[in-house]
Design a protein around this ligand. Structure first.
Ligand code: UDX
Length: 429
């Protein structure tokens, strides 16, 4: 089938490349001519393991194409995906300007029955709103369907190719039949529901996972007082299939481009509707507290102050295998350290830190060993695989003091202690 994807950001590019890989002809459209030129010559603007290969395969097969011309792209295409950005505005609401202009352009370019899929994470009610915008521009028959995406950064190809479910939100039988054909290559439950339920499913899924992490961090704070170990408790509860073992890693809490935005959006939705959402509100509070607690424990090891202490932070990205630093817990942690007067150094295998953007200064080192030089404490903030092989004894020798805070419970405690550190783990006394 011929498909069009509007927007070549993260979701658009991954969805387009994967749909081409399963045999569809996919044309990606973007208003950014430079980006389209680069994509045509094989330059991928984002870091995502495996994406380059899938894009290349699609381009070589002639089934994955790029253009800035929406009208031409839509000729003969029965399905079009909107995958443009929906950034958060300063007050926490969602900026819908890109969705609005994509909908208008699609309406103007439409010449025959089309299924318009909304892939961007959008407020509940957007499907109807997009429908009214397109209706204003065309007299053609069409349907707008909500198909939320559940891709994790760093695992997006695998998540797209082997989804746990595909949610299809529409009342139209015609659209359902076409989309079942579009997604026929994916062996998973296709859950058909109304538009609003589909839109809310995305927020509910992310908020549930965020809540799960918040819950285990709450248990971690109890463990620290009681002398219990949160990793063991997580294992003990996670083996019950009603609970599940995933997303029970205690640490600095969640960050990234989705959880913070989506949990806040749900909070705003509740506030706006006058619906009380205590669990959502508590998840947000718990996330902030998780970072603060790590710093408080560090400060207590230095007799109540870290002013003037050199602190080396391993990891800047919001999680491993990505260069994304949006709402990174590592950066939130560094900000608190700075506010306490510490001299903060950081290292990340690929993510960058921009002082002007974040509004505070951090010195970036070339390697973990480099930032450990004369440090009073070292904090593991992002669990990059490459930190597994660090020579902890060597790191300790470079340092001015002996504190290691493992804010992701990543290192083998025996190795850390053998290296001679005073060692703090999350949820462990
Ligand atoms: C998430 C959802 O998983 C995905 O389905 C959705 O579509 C987009 O948002 P992503 O933001 O890429 O994906 O990252 P994810 O791997 O889910 O991790 C989110 C955050 O939670 C990270 O900051 C991670 O460090 C943290 N996390 C995750 C924990 O602190 N503990 C855990 O047990 C799991």
């Amino acid at each position: 089938m011929k498909l069009v994807v509007v927007g070549t950001g993260y979701v658009g590019l991954v969805s387009g490349a994967c749909l081409a890989d399963v045999g569809h002809t996919v044309i990606c459209v973007d208003v950014d001519a430079l980006k389209i030129e680069k994509l045509k010559s094989g330059v991928i603007p984002i870091f995502e393991p495996g994406l380059e290969e899938v894009v290349q395969r699609g381009v070589e097969s002639g089934r994955f194409l790029f253009t800035t011309n929406l009208k031409e792209a839509m000729e003969g295409a029965q399905v079009i995906l909107i995958a443009v950005g929906t950034p958060s505005t300063e007050d926490g609401s969602v900026n819908m300007a890109y969705v609005e202009s994509a909908a208008r352009d699609i309406g103007r370019a439409m010449t025959e029955y089309t299924v318009v899929i909304d892939k961007s994470t959008v407020p509940v009610g957007t499907t109807e709103w997009v429908h009214s915008i397109i209706r204003h521009e065309t007299s053609c028959d069409f349907d707008v369907v909500s198909v939320p995406e559940f891709l994790r950064e760093g695992h997006a190809i695998q998540d797209f190719m082997k989804p746990h479910r595909i949610v299809i939100g529409t009342h139209s039988t015609k659209a359902i039949n076409i989309l079942l054909e579009v997604f026929s290559a994916f062996q998973c439950p296709k859950v058909i529901m109304d538009e609003r339920s589909a839109e809310l499913t995305k927020y509910a899924a992310n908020s549930f996972l965020a809540m799960k992490i918040g819950f285990i961090n709450e248990i971690a704070s109890l463990c620290e007082r009681l002398g219990a170990d949160v990793d063991q408790v997580a294992k003990g509860i996670g083996l019950d299939p009603r609970i599940g073992a995933d997303f029970l890693r205690a640490g600095l809490g969640w960050g990234g481009s989705c959880f913070p935005k989506d949990v806040r959006a749900l909070k705003n939705l509740g506030d706006g509707l006058g619906v009380s959402l205590p669990i959502i509100n508590a998840s947000l509070d718990m996330n902030t507290m998780s970072r603060q607690r790590v710093v408080d424990r560090l400060v207590s090891l230095f007799d109540g102050t870290i002013e003037g202490k050199k602190i080396a932070v391993l990891g800047i990205a919001f999680k491993p295998n990505t260069d994304d630093t949006r709402e990174s817990a590592a950066i939130a942690l560094m900000q608190i350290l700075k506010e306490k007067g510490a001299d903060v150094y950081a290292y990340d295998p690929i993510a960058e830190f921009h002082s002007a953007y974040h509004g505070f200064d951090v010195k970036i080192g070339e390697s973990p060993y480099h930032i450990a030089q004369d440090a009073h404490a070292i904090i593991l903030a992002t669990e990059w695989h490459e930190f597994t092989d660090l020579d902890l004894t060597r790191i300790k020798q470079f340092m001015a003091d002996d504190v290691m805070v493992d804010a992701r419970n990543f290192f083998d405690p025996v190795r850390v202690k053998e290296a001679g550190f005073r060692y703090l783990r999350v949820g462990n006394k």
